[in-house]
Design a protein around this ligand. Sequence first.
Ligand code: SF4
Ligand code: SF4
Ligand code: FES
Length: 472
Amino acid sequence: MLEITINGNKYQVEKGQTILEAAKKCGVLIPHFCYHPCLSIPGNCRICLVKVEGWNDLTLSCLNPVVDGMKIETESQEVLEARKSVMQFITLNHPVDCGVCDKSGECILQNYHFAHNGEKSISNEPKNHQEKFYEVSERIILDNERCIVCSRCVRFTDEISKSHALGIFKRGDHAVVRRVNEATPLQDPYSDNIIDICPVGALLSKDFLYKDRVWYLKETHSICPGCDRGCNIKIWSRKEEWKLKNLSHKNNLIARITPHITPEVNGHWICNKARDLAKYFERPRQLIPQINNREVSLSTAVKETQELIKKSKRIAFIVSSWGSNEELQVLKETLGHQFDFYVKDDLLPQKHEVIEDQILIRRNKNPNRFSAVQLFGSKDFPRGEAFDLVVVWGEGFDFHLLDTNTRVIQFTSYRDIISEKAIVLIPISTMLERSGHYTNGLGVTSSFEQVFEIPQKVIHASELFKMLGRKA
Ligand code: SF4
Ligand code: SF4
Ligand code: FES
């Protein structure tokens, strides 16, 4: 350990850290734009200048390592003046766009302007206007006037996603971020991370553009179910106090999805599939209990399920690999002795989807196969075997595997092809309407919280299993 002094206070810090990182661990935040903990350090924005005793000039805290006995000032008059000058320089050509900018409310530039500058522009020259909407990809646009050329996005594509798709071209106040190969559209399954790490509102998600203001939204901790990496995510949706009266259908929509930093699962990143989860969750729902495609009450559907189970001799239960650890456990405890169990993959890889890579994306496209297989085994469903009854939990079961005389009961959240064949259909909640845990393919367990209310006539799978277990 080393002893350093920051603003007159002594701290013990680990060797090998930069001044900025060591100060952060001691609770002293030094402003920074270009520095990002997962990327290389270019030292180009200059906002992190600090004074080290005995050094002639102010120094970049993001670049220089701490040494034993170092005395650092982060708030002295000299440092504050330099910080203010850097802010004036960085905002010299920046448009006054905050009112319409998607980053407003979570923009570092905006926050630092209030904290460290607060003055009107000192330039007598007109602002240097740039191309307003450059298309980075079909998902992302770049407002060049807002870009402070910190190079985070370029370094991300070089060092993390390795698509090497972006570069900085031209010099001085003409410098712009561009696709390296203008003729080729940006192909990078991790591209939307650059929107998050852009410290200003230069890189914008087309999907989110002008749709919301971040202060209307709340974030809920969740898990991406797109593959068995189970990346931890934040699902953003309308705050209770900002719910819309006349457009109430919007209150239960996902506004956007961003990563939840989790070192042991996904670090700082997620792939674009997670960003598009709204498209998955906002498909037509199965919301009404049915018997032979006719609407019934939930209690009637449950009763009919119990009757069919009682009457049948040989029953197969198809276990969802989207069920939470809690639901799987309840199934095991309540009905585990009654059926032959087969775990299915609810979703298979889709066309044009990245199947697997060395970054995050994993081959199995279901979030909890690990736990389902641990509890119910991994044997394949025997094609054409004469079961009297098959109970299907979730989506994706191949109906063609069944003997034509086999009766089907389905517990599902979404409409799919089996639903029409099911004698009894009971709608169950999605993972957005309940909380629980998933264990990813590497054996790491994460939690997800409830985002939306469960609709009327829809039941949680765990409650359904308990009801069936009580009377079956
Ligand atoms: S677009 Fe954003 S992340 Fe990229 S260089 Fe400009 S300010 Fe930095
Ligand atoms: S890597 Fe898998 S779990 Fe992570 S964001 Fe992508 S699809 Fe979701
Ligand atoms: S954060 Fe140090 S130069 Fe940008």
